[in-house]
Design a protein around this ligand. Sequence first.
Ligand SMILES: [Zn+2]
Length: 186
Amino acid sequence: MNEIRVVPLACSRCGADLLGRSVDRLAFCIPCGAAYRVDTPTIEAIRVVTIEDDPTSEGSLLHLPFWKIDDLLVPAFISPRPLTLARIASSISETRSTHEMMKSPVPLGARLAPENLAPIVGMLKNRAVENDEAQRSGSGLLFSIPARAQDRRFRLPGTDFALYPQDVIDSDGLLRFSRDGVGVGT
Ligand SMILES: [Zn+2]
């Protein structure tokens, strides 16, 4: 069920077929680098901002998707440690350069929508957050963070923090697809 599929929709920018995993909420236009939410009644274009990788980093590259909700980056992938990952990602985004574009490989694995993340945002902000508030502030902007597989860990740029494979549900599958070249311009 984790197969890459052609979503029966065309990119509104260039007309190419969209690609995505059947379990994910996002689909991507490989030729032009556009990204869309495809779990909504009508597909919605979203902006993708990519955090710069360390120039010297090695290991297989994965881009992990995070929703930008207010001033926070919250994992769009399923993880047993969403609070920790949100804190790390939010601090990375404050110190690293960013690119206003999607980079290869595309950020697969987005299985959560911003409106699913209201409880997590509430815990991070230490106040009640309603689903529609999380949806309003998080529906249009995805951050893509490069993670490098090294020594059975995922290293993130600009930090000593490392994710375990089990921090990212289906990380083996995501790595496999990323290695197979599901990337912009490939
Ligand atoms: Zn396109």
